[in-house]
Ligand binder design. Structure first.
Ligand code: LER
Ligand code: MN
Length: 273
């Protein structure tokens, strides 16, 4: 079964970006549960930011699961990436993501490596060999850690304006053979894909077996239905490949968080229920 999720940004020093709910954990969980979402995707300061038992209790109270945890705060707050030329920064990036993996794993949720990949010239432009090597080394270490903790690791293609690293799902072929770990899955973010893929539905059909999570946003990164992405063939493709992960709203809170969440769950039900 494909499950719905909605993002919550819990970094109080951030105030804009593609997250539906903001800052208030309790209120966000309550609203997500009222709308009938299956899970929440959490964007936190670090893997040690939240009280685990309190979170577990509140999730149980609302009947919600954790769909995934984002690691982007490592870059936004601390400037860390897996492909930085400085080995000390790479070490800190691995340690930051490692904590996020352990945090997510306590709830059976995978961690997402998006902006923490840095930029290393894989997708477009010439490949920067060192960056590429560091990217693969990082994924190997973290992918195996995730495996030991019972979850997979997600790596996310981002559009060309955010990275010169992993830009489109087909590029998974460019580095998967170099990985020792087999515990890495691809996050299909429909906003990034709208910019980079030739055909979104075909990319889903071709790469289905690698897809472990979906970010649900329209072409303009507003909630699905408020842009020009043709969702029908993409939803058909996800069903055809037997996708059984989350479709998680990582979109701008447009026109406001409440309306964005309602728009998202309406669209989710239209395509997946
Ligand atoms: C992360 O999931 C993502 O899509 C990035 O664009 C956020 O900056
Ligand atoms: Mn995303």
């Amino acid at each position: 079964m494909i499950r719905s999720a909605v993002t919550i940004n819990l970094v109080d020093t951030m105030s804009s970006g593609p997250w539906i709910y903001w800052h208030d954990l309790e209120g966000s969980l309550r609203k997500a549960a009222e709308l009938g979402f299956d899970g929440v995707e959490l964007f936190t300061r670090s893997g040690n930011d939240l009280d685990i038992e309190h979170l577990r209790q509140r999730l149980d109270h609302y009947g919600l699961l954790v769909a995934a945890v984002g690691t982007g705060a490592g870059k936004v707050l601390h400037g860390l990436t897996l492909t930085d030329p400085d080995p000390e920064i790479r070490k800190k990036a691995i340690s930051f993501i490692s904590d996020m993996i352990s945090f997510g794993a306590k709830f059976g949720a995978p961690a997402i490596i998006g902006s923490m990949q840095g930029s290393f010239g894989l997708g477009t432009g010439p490949r920067l060999e060192h960056g590429f090597q560091h990217f693969c080394e990082g994924l190997d270490i973290l992918g195996e850690q995730a495996k030991e903790e019972g979850v997979f690791l997600l790596v996310e293609p981002l559009n060309r304006y955010e990275t010169s690293g992993f830009n489109y799902v087909f590029a998974f072929d460019n580095f998967q053979p170099y990985l020792k770990t087999r515990n890495v899955k691809v996050l299909a973010d429909l906003f990034h894909m709208n910019i980079e893929e030739e055909n979104l539905a075909q990319a889903v059909l071709d790469y289905g077996k690698h897809i472990g999570h979906v970010h649900f946003a329209d072409s303009n990164r507003r909630p699905m239905g408020l842009g020009h992405t043709d969702m029908t063939p993409i939803a058909e493709a996800l069903k055809e490949i037997g996708y059984s992960g989350y479709v998680s709203a990582e979109a701008f809170p447009y026109p406001n968080p409440e309306a964005a969440a309602e728009q998202t769950i309406r669209e989710f039900r239209k395509y997946f229920r």
